[in-house]
Design a protein around this ligand. Structure first.
Ligand code: HEM
Length: 434
C-alpha cells in the first residue's frame, strides 16, 4: 500500500469501491469529523460475541462504550496501579532468577526472549486487571491461553482481511471462538458474579453493569464475556508487541538506549516497592518520545482501519465519494510521509521533544486511532509500556544476539504488527554500573 501511495498520492483507489486514504486532514474527516461507520470487515471478527470493537451499529456501540468507559478513566486507572506494579515485580523477579541461574553455571548473562517476556507481562496485566487474577505467565512460563490467543489472532486475521472467506465461515455456522477460552471466561465471570466482596479492577465495572437494574447502565452476561475476551485480544498483543518493538529499536541504537537510561535514572523510584511513580513516568519526556516513535514506525494497525460511506459525501473538499464506498484509513502511510515527519524511515525519538525542528505533525499521528472508535485502552497501554521499558532499562544490561536482531527485521501484519518468528532474544545481565 505504501508503494501505491508513494506513486499515486494520499488517495488511492484500490478497487471499484475501495479507497485507501493517508492524508492527515482526510484521516481526521473519516475518523473524527464525519466519524464514518466501521466497515463490514469488522462483522467478520464477530464469530464469538459482539463487542465494543466489532459492533458496527452506532447506538449499540455508544451504549457499550458509555457503560465501560469508567473502567478506563484516568482516575480509575490510577487505582489499578498496585495490580500493574505486582506484575512488574514478577517480571523483575523472573529476569533476576534467570540471571542467577545463568550465573550459577558460570555465565553472567541470561538469554531471555524479550518478545515472550513482554507478552507474559501484558497477559498477566490483563489477567490481573480484567480477569480478576493473574495468568501466572511470567512465573510459570506457560498457560494454554497465550498459545491459543496467538493462534486465534492469526486465524482471525485471515477472516479479518478476507471478507468473502469470513462470510462463508459465518454462513456455515462454524464457531470460531476457541472453546477453551470461552470456558475459561465463563468460570472467571461466574466466580466474580458470585463473589462476596468487589475487587477494584476493570472487570468489576463490567460485573457491576451486569448486575445493574438500570437499563441505561446494563450489560448482559454475554456482553461481559464478549468484552472481557476483547480486552485479552485488544490489550495484550498490541501492548506487548509495541513494548518489545521499542526495546528492539533501543538495542539497535545504543546511544538512544543510553540517553533513555540517563533519563530513567533521574526518575522518582521507590526502592521499597521497587516501582516508579505514575506521575514521573507520565512526564518522562524521552521515555514517552521513544514510545511515540515506536508507535509511529510500528503502528499495530498498520494495514489501515476500514470505514464505510453510509451516504454520498465529499472527501477533503475534492473527491465525491458515493454511498457504499469502503475507505481504509491508512495511518501507517501517514506516519511514513516525509511532509509530516522528517526522515520518516529513521527511529528518531528526538523529533517528539520540545523545540525539535521540523516539529512532527501531531495531527498525522494516529497510533490509537481517533474519534468515537479510538482506543479505549490507550492510557492503560501507555502506562504498561512505560513501566516495562523503564524498569528493564533501570535494572538490567542488554547485549544483542546477531541472529535475533536479523530475525527481528522480518515484520508481518496479522491483525497486529508482529515479528514473524514470534521471538526476540537478547543477553541480559545485572547492571554493572550500579
Ligand atoms: C500499544 C497498545 C495499543 C494500541 C496501539 C492500540 C490501538 C488501537 C486502535 C488503532 C484502535 C482502533 C481500531 C479500529 O478502529 O479498528 C483500538 C481500539 C480498541 N482498543 Fe486498543 N490499542 C492498544 C492497547 C489496548 C489495550 C491495552 C486495550 C484494553 C485494555 C485496548 C482496547 C481497545 C478497544 C476495546 C478498542 C475498540 C474501541 C471502540 O471501537 O470503541 N487497546 N486500539
Amino acid at each position: 500500500m505504501r508503494a501505491l501511495h508513494d506513486k499515486y498520492g494520499p488517495v488511492v483507489r484500490i478497487s471499484r469501491t475501495v479507497l485507501s486514504v493517508a492524508d492527515k486532514d482526510m484521516l481526521k474527516q473519516v475518523l473524527v469529523t464525519d466519524d464514518l461507520r466501521k466497515g463490514t470487515v469488522y462483522d467478520n471478527t464477530a464469530f464469538g460475541k459482539p463487542n465494543m470493537f466489532n459492533l458496527t451499529d452506532r447506538a449499540a456501540h455508544r451504549h457499550t462504550r458509555r457503560v465501560i468507559s469508567p473502567a478506563f478513566s484516568i482516575r480509575y486507572l490510577a487505582g489499578l496501579e498496585p495490580l500493574l506494579e505486582s506484575v512488574i515485580d514478577d517480571m523483575v523477579e523472573k529476569v533476576e532468577g534467570d540471571i542467577s541461574a545463568a550465573e550459577a553455571s558460570g555465565n553472567p548473562e541470561a538469554v531471555i526472549d524479550l518478545w515472550h517476556l513482554t507478552q507474559a507481562v501484558a497477559l498477566d496485566a490483563m489477567g490481573e486487571c480484567a480477569f480478576g487474577e493473574t495468568f501466572g505467565m511470567i512465573k510459570n512460563g506457560s498457560h494454554p491461553l497465550p498459545k491459543r490467543l496467538t493462534e486465534g489472532v492469526r486465524r482471525g486475521s485471515i477472516f479479518f482481511t478476507n471478507g468473502f472467506l469470513g462470510k462463508l465461515v459465518k454462513m456455515s455456522g462454524i464457531k470460531m471462538a476457541d472453546p477453551y477460552i470461552v470456558n475459561f471466561m465463563k468460570d472467571v465471570i461466574h466466580k466474580r458474579m458470585t463473589a462476596e466482596a468487589p475487587r477494584k479492577d476493570i472487570l468489576q465495572i463490567l460485573i457491576d453493569a451486569a448486575k445493574s437494574e438500570k437499563s441505561s447502565e446494563q450489560l448482559s452476561e454475554n456482553s461481559v464475556m464478549g468484552e472481557t475476551m476483547l480486552f485479552l485480544f485488544a490489550g495484550a498483543e498490541t501492548t506487548s508487541n509495541s513494548a518489545a518493538f521499542a526495546l528492539i529499536a533501543l538495542l539497535q541504537e545504543r546511544e538512544k538506549f543510553e540517553k533513555l537510561r540517563e533519563e530513567v535514572d533521574t526518575l522518582e523510584y521507590n526502592d521499597d516497592n521497587k516501582n516508579f511513580s505514575y506521575e514521573s513516568l507520565k512526564n518522562a519526556a524521552y521515555l514517552n518520545a521513544v514510545i511515540n516513535e515506536t508507535l509511529r514506525l510500528r503502528p499495530v494497525t498498520a494495514a489501515g482501519l476500514e470505514r464505510i460511506a453510509e451516504q454520498d459525501f465529499v472527501l477533503g473538499q475534492s473527491y465525491h465519494i458515493p454511498k457504499g464506498t469502503t475507505i481504509l484509513a491508512n495511518m501507517y502511510v501517514a506516519h511514513m510521509n516525509p511532509e509530516y515527519f522528517d526522515e520518516p524511515e529513521l527511529f528518531k525519538p528526538e523529533r517528539w521533544l520540545e523545540g525539535y525542528e521540523p516539529a512532527p505533525a501531531v495531527d498525522a499521528f494516529y497510533p490509537f486511532s481517533a474519534g468515537s472508535r479510538n482506543c479505549i485502552g490507550k492510557n492503560f497501554a501507555l502506562q504498561e509500556m512505560r513501566l516495562v521499558i523503564a524498569t528493564l532499562i533501570k535494572k538490567f544490561d542488554f547485549d544483542t544476539i546477531p541472529e535475533s536482531m536479523k530475525d527481528a527485521e522480518d515484520i508481518r501484519h496479522f491483525i497486529t504488527l508482529t515479528i514473524w518468528k514470534d521471538s526476540f532474544k537478547a543477553k541480559v545481565s545485572r547492571r554493572k554500573d550500579l
